[in-house]
Structure formats: structure tokens, C-alpha cells
Design a protein around this ligand. Structure first.
Ligand code: HAM
Length: 424
């Protein structure tokens, strides 16, 4: 017996009942990019593994255990993209988009991480991301935050908190790193297995540990603020003053380190208390060294990505329902001979009324069953095309929502009626 095929765990189908909400969110996302002058970039879903490994970091969770990596038929190691920043840097260098120019770019699309699926965490998920190149100051960091704050307002979301931190320049981070290794090495027996592994590879990530047994040790760790270099400190202060000026409340979270290695200076996260454990809706920060690491010229860069599944969950939790997209007109052949006339009339209506949703009944059946179908899809008008009507050049139109009135009209009169009803 054939086994039933199922979708891959953590990779979701988006059914017609859900897609209207997604479409609405995607439209808001695109409008947001346009409102701030960001241009769209579309990148492949698959890249050479090195694109991600070298940028996100060999010792990060993403690269160590979450990438979908495979060898293709040429023997090359490829990976499904776990995020958008690395591919974006690869692309702008490959196509020379940086020569003497700044760039404000945005993208929307699926990302893949082999994480343990749970509410708000999936193996295929979607991000709206933006990446900005060539702007070194806190003004653009502030713009990114204002942009996201605007999106929350547009969507009517509240209860989102902004956390910010500065990870400083390279030298300061190296000094801090050494200090952290000293602190945690002195208490090595108190570290869990993950943290012991990170001790040499990626000690900053120990600060991110959620293990309650390590909370005291982490709390006692040196604070990065004491190591912050003067330039980064000025940058961070300016960012805070711009946020205050713009009226965006924030919290400085000195423990915010982020799970990707390319960050330096500003990092930020928007978190929501309405999402349970997976509370980060949006995250980003500066990665001034990454373009150079990819072989490009020294180029300041900053960006963020927000998780659309989490945003949809919030939008739903805060009362937004998917608006059903019901057709305006449902055309029915009264007799089988009228099928051709129905298809013709449907095309004529679509020519005259672009944007209107017109559905022709297909698949046969009695008039009664056709009316049932029209009701089920929520159509506004039923249009019956029968032999009698064809001879007289008219069709019978029944209002399915407003009391069921019926009239006999020529196609031209039907078009006028639909135009007058103020639909597109
Ligand atoms: P990230 O923090 O790894 O950053 O991901 C950004 C957002 O994507 C998260 O805050 C979350 O909303 C969503 N997300 C991540 N993983 C999952 C998952 N498994 N399931 C559902 N949603 C998820 C980045 O990806 C960076 N590239 C952001 C960036 C752009 N920084 C600078 N530019």
C-alpha cells in the first residue's frame, strides 16, 4: 500500500484561508520599503556553503547545526539560505553595486534552518529584510528602527519592546572576548556542555544561554560597556539621542549579543511578550566588517530582518482576521449547451472590469447545486445564462447578498451595474 506523503516537519503549507493575511502583510512590507526609498533585491535560495559559513560564523548554531547543506551533482557544497545578509553581500560585490554608491536594499522570502520546530520556530520561515551599504553613522541605524516602528503602527500592533546594545569595534570586542574567556574559564566546572564548547570558539554566545543553572555566572560576567571603545560609545549615544528625539522608547540590554558573528557596534531586537518563547519579531544591527571579509572594499553596513510568521501570529493574536476574498460574480450555465456562452461572457466581463473577481461555474450539475456553490464561495451576484436568455441576448442576475432581488439585463447593462457598484 502506498504511504501517504506529508510535508516536511517545520515547513508549512499556507492554505487559501491564510494567504489573504499573508498577502496583506506582504503588501504592507513592500509599501514600507517604497516609503523609505529601499529597492528590492531578489536572491537565490541556494548559495555555496562558504557564503554562509564564513560570514555567519563557523561556530554559530546556524552554521554548526542548522543549515540544510548538500553536495550537488558537480560535487559542490551548497546550502539553502538560513538568512539573507550573506547572500546580499555576495551579490552586491559580484555585480559591482558598491562602486562609489550607497545602497538601501530590501528583500522578502523564505529562509531555511534545521531547528527544532515549535510555535514561532519553523524550518522554512519567511523574512522581510533590509540591508544598507556605505553609511557609517547612527542616523541610518535610527532610520531602520523608525522603519520597523512604523510597520508596527501600520499593522496596529502594540506591546513590542525595542532592545538595543553596542558590540563595539573589533579591537574592543577582542579585548572583551579575552576577558570573558578568563571569567568563564575560572568557573569551567559550572559551565554546561554547550557553553564549554563555546568557551574557545564563541564565548560571547555563552551570555545568550537560557540555562537557569548558569544565570548567576552569566550575571557576574564582565559587562561589555566597560570595554566599549570611544568611537563606538559616541555612535551608541548618538543613536540613543536620535531614538529619544523620534519618540521611540527602548531598553539598553547589555546582554544582547545576537547569534551571528558578523555584528559589531549597534545591535537591536524587537521582542513581544505575546509570542511565548520565540519572542523576537525583528532583529538586526551593524556589520561594518563583512563586505571587506568577502573581499570587497571597507564598507559600513547595517540591516535587520523580521520574521513574517511571528508577525502574522501577533497580528492574529491582536485581532486581525484574514479577509476572505469572495468573487463579485458567479456565472452559471442553466443548461449544458450554455457553457460556451458563460465562458465568453466571463471573458467579456474581465475585459471590461479588470481587477474584479469573476468565477464561471465549471463541472456541471443542477442549477440548485450551482447556487449552493455560489453561496459557499460568498459571491455577490449570480448570473444565469440559459437558452431563453441567449435568444433574447440577456442574462438573469440575482443579488445573493442583499435580499435576493432578480433582474434580466443585457451584458452591457450588467457591466454598467458592476461599474456603478463602486468596485474596481
Ligand atoms: P536573525 O535574528 O537570525 O537575524 O533572524 C531575524 C528574525 O527572523 C528573527 O527575529 C525571527 O523573527 C525570524 N526567525 C529566525 N529564525 C526563525 C525560525 N526558525 N522560525 C521563524 N522565524 C525565525 C538574521 O537573520 C539577520 N540576517 C538579520 C540582519 C539583517 N542583520 C543585519 N541585516
Amino acid at each position: 500500500m502506498a504511504t501517504t506523503l506529508q510535508s516536511i516537519r517545520g515547513m508549512n503549507d499556507l492554505l487559501p484561508s491564510e494567504t489573504p493575511l499573508w498577502q496583506a502583510l506582504e503588501a504592507e512590507a513592500r509599501a514600507l520599503l517604497a516609503a523609505y526609498g529601499y529597492e528590492e533585491i531578489r536572491l537565490p535560495l541556494v548559495e555555496q556553503t562558504a557564503v554562509f559559513a564564513r560570514s555567519i560564523g563557523e561556530h554559530t548554531d546556524i552554521v554548526e547545526k542548522e543549515m540544510y547543506t548538500f553536495t550537488d551533482r558537480n560535487g559542490d557544497s551548497l546550502s539553502l539560505r538560513p538568512e539573507g545578509t550573506a547572500g546580499c553581500v555576495r551579490a552586491i560585490l559580484e555585480h559591482g553595486l558598491l562602486r562609489g554608491q550607497t545602497q538601501r536594499l530590501g528583500y522578502l522570502g523564505p529562509m531555511f534552518r534545521h531547528e527544532r520546530p515549535q510555535k514561532g520556530r519553523y524550518r522554512q520561515f519567511h523574512q522581510l529584510g533590509v540591508e544598507v551599504f556605505g553609511m557609517p553613522g547612527p542616523d541610518i541605524d535610527a532610520e531602520l528602527i523608525l522603519m520597523t516602528a512604523r510597520l508596527w503602527r501600520r499593522l496596529g500592533l502594540d506591546g513590542l519592546t525595542l532592545q538595543i546594545n553596542s558590540l563595539g569595534g573589533n579591537a574592543a570586542r577582542a579585548k572583551y572576548r579575552a576577558e570573558l574567556v578568563r571569567h568563564f574559564s575560572a568557573h569551567e566546572q559550572a559551565l554546561d556542555a554547550d557553553s564549554r564548547r563555546r568557551l574557545t570558539a564563541n564565548p560571547l554566545r555563552i551570555l545568550d544561554s537560557k540555562n537557569p543553572a548558569m544565570a548567576d555566572l552569566i550575571a557576574a560576567a564582565p559587562a561589555f560597556a566597560d570595554f566599549l571603545d570611544a568611537d563606538s560609545a559616541a555612535h551608541f549615544e548618538m543613536l540613543q539621542s536620535l531614538l529619544k528625539d523620534a519618540g521611540v522608547p527602548y531598553e539598553v540590554n547589555p546582554r544582547l549579543v545576537r547569534g551571528l558573528d558578523y555584528y559589531g557596534r549597534t545591535v537591536f531586537e524587537w521582542v513581544s511578550r505575546d509570542l511565548g518563547a520565540q519572542s523576537a519579531v525583528c532583529a538586526g544591527g551593524r556589520y561594518d566588517g563583512l563586505v571587506e571579509q568577502f573581499g570587497g572594499p571597507p564598507t559600513p553596513a547595517t540591516g535587520f530582518a523580521l520574521g513574517l510568521e511571528r508577525l502574522i501570529a501577533l497580528w492574529r493574536a491582536q485581532g486581525r482576521a484574514a479577509a476572505a476574498s469572495a468573487p463579485e460574480v458567479y456565472l452559471m450555465p442553466v443548461e449544458p449547451e450554455c457553457v460556451g456562452a458563460v465562458l465568453r461572457l466571463a471573458e467579456q466581463l474581465r475585459d471590461a472590469l479588470p481587477g474584479l473577481s469573476i468565477v464561471s461555474h465549471c463541472g456541471g450539475g443542477s442549477l440548485k447545486s450551482q447556487f449552493k456553490r455560489a453561496d459557499r464561495v460568498g459571491a455577490r451576484l449570480a448570473v444565469m445564462v440559459g437558452g431563453e436568455e441567449l435568444r433574447s441576448g440577456k442574462v438573469t442576475v440575482k443579488d445573493l447578498r442583499g435580499g435576493g432581488g432578480q433582474q434580466t439585463l443585457t451584458p452591457a447593462a450588467l457591466i454598467d451595474l458592476l461599474k456603478q457598484s463602486g468596485r474596481p
